[in-house]
Design a protein around this ligand. Structure first.
Ligand code: SF4
Length: 430
């Protein structure tokens, strides 16, 4: 970490930190240059609008609250402890935290007999079901950067990951001399922003337009075509069969093909079957060439939360510890179903990356650990403002491809405690 310079235009010293990992979406860009002057942060290099808005938000002075009344941190933790001690099955959800915070969540769930789920649990589950059922072959951002000559975006345009194209697709350098003009970009889906897919020399991407819910059908048809079968129809989901045949031929001819999806954007019933279609055509294509899948996800620490849950309990998220051992059920223990079916009698919600998400409104005692600038649309029983990993304390997060976990830096001081620290103190009192 190279740092420290002086901003001569101001009386106070400005600290500049380089190679800063950004925790605000799942691709964890690690090249930001950020200035701290008087605890106000400014991105000097490599920020995207999402990162600028998140890092440059001014610190807000907020105190813990019990039933809306200002309280000390100590009293707020005692109030949390009272709620959880009187709870038969707490729901610990949101889970927007880093690996250290998530370890404490798992410890707390084990100790209180709670259920754990993430705010992006539906998206995580779509992937987990496929991995559990038939397995998959996936790749990393580095492999895409250095090898992929055909990249198919299925139902996503990657706009929720603003620097994905810059960091992964349109590279200045590639380890194996793969040139940008050799990359083919294809989009399949509806209302996708395809401008990012235009290569630096102006070559436009191919776009196969269909409803998001029909992408599975399109991929199944492509699967049939790559096996050598013929289709007895002229169109599938509005796409000409000859267009599909041409893409099937490109897929077989690619040296390294990738299908990219974002599970949160495949938001329709049984979307896991569509993801399964992606993974099955990938497996078939590896008979001829190299092909892999890639899931764009991991926002709000979701990849990290899922990984910590898996290595500590043996299952992905949506685990209930109430029976004294981890009981996994991807549907029953979703936040929505656990609340709807009254499986839980208290809620602890955690969100330390995004201030614009609200916990579900439930008629059970509710504790919120969230960023100080969060505008809650109701008064929880206990509110504790928490610091953000990678901004106000160090930490560790997994990137969307799970192959890399990045150490996060502390850039400024905050009066708020970390999720890890609050939960550690809480666990000691239960
Ligand atoms: S693309 Fe994502 S990780 Fe990269 S700077 Fe933007 S918000 Fe941060």
């Amino acid at each position: 970490m190279k740092e420290l310079s002086l901003d001569k235009t101001s009386n106070s010293a400005a600290t500049i930190t380089r190679d800063v990992p950004c925790p605000f979406c799942g691709i964890l860009c690690d090249d930001l240059v950020i200035q701290n002057q008087g605890e106000t942060l400014k991105i000097l290099e490599n920020g995207c609008p999402k990162a600028i808005s998140a890092f440059e938000t001014k610190l807000v002075a907020t105190s813990p609250k019990i039933n809306g009344t200002t309280a000390s941190l100590d009293d707020a933790i005692s109030a949390m402890s009272d709620i959880l001690k009187n709870s038969r099955t707490p729901l610990i959800s949101g889970l927007g935290t880093d690996a250290g915070g998530m370890r404490q969540v798992m410890h707390l769930a084990d100790k209180t007999g709670g259920i754990v789920d993430h705010m992006h649990g539906d998206a995580l589950t779509r992937n987990s079901l496929v991995l559990q059922d038939l397995g998959w072959i996936t790749t990393s951002m580095t492999e895409i950067r250095n090898r992929a000559d055909l990249i198919i975006f299925a139902g996503t345009d990657a706009t929720k990951y603003p620097r994905f194209f810059e960091r992964t697709i349109w590279n200045k350098k590639s380890m194996f001399k793969l040139k940008n003009e050799e990359r083919q970009i294809v989009y399949i889906g509806n209302k996708l922003e395809t401008k990012s897919g235009i290569n630096p020399n102006g070559k436009r991407p191919s776009v196969l337009s269909c409803k998001t819910e029909q992408i599975g059908e399109v991929i199944s048809s492509l699967h049939a075509l790559v096996t050598g079968a013929t289709l007895d129809v002229s169109k599938v989901a509005g796409i000409e069969t000859k267009t599909l045949q041409s893409l099937a031929d490109k897929m077989k001819a690619a040296k390294y093909g990738v299908i990219v999806w974002s599970p949160s954007e495949l938001d329709f019933p049984h979307a896991e079957l569509t993801i399964q279609n992606f993974c099955e055509i990938v497996k078939y294509l590896t008979r001829f060439t190299r092909f892999a899948g890639f899931s764009l996800s991991g926002n709000d620490g979701s990849t990290t939360a899922n990984n910590v849950c898996a290595w500590q309990s043996g299952y992905p998220l949506r685990v209930n510890f109430n029976k004294g051992y981890p009981d996994y059920d991807a549907q029953r223990y979703s936040t929505r179903n656990a609340l709807k079916n009254k499986e839980v009698d208290s809620l602890l919600w955690i969100s330390s990356f995004s201030s614009n998400v609200n916990p579900p409104r439930a008629s059970i005692p509710t504790i919120v650990l969230a960023k100080p600038d969060t505008k809650l649309n109701f008064k929880p029983d206990v509110f504790i403002p928490v610091s953000t990993p990678g901004v106000e304390h160090t930490g560790q997060l997994f990137r969307t491809d799970s192959v890399v976990s990045l150490p996060l830096k502390k850039l400024r001081e905050s009066s708020c405690a970390s999720v890890h620290s609050v939960l550690k103190q809480l666990i000691e009192r239960i």
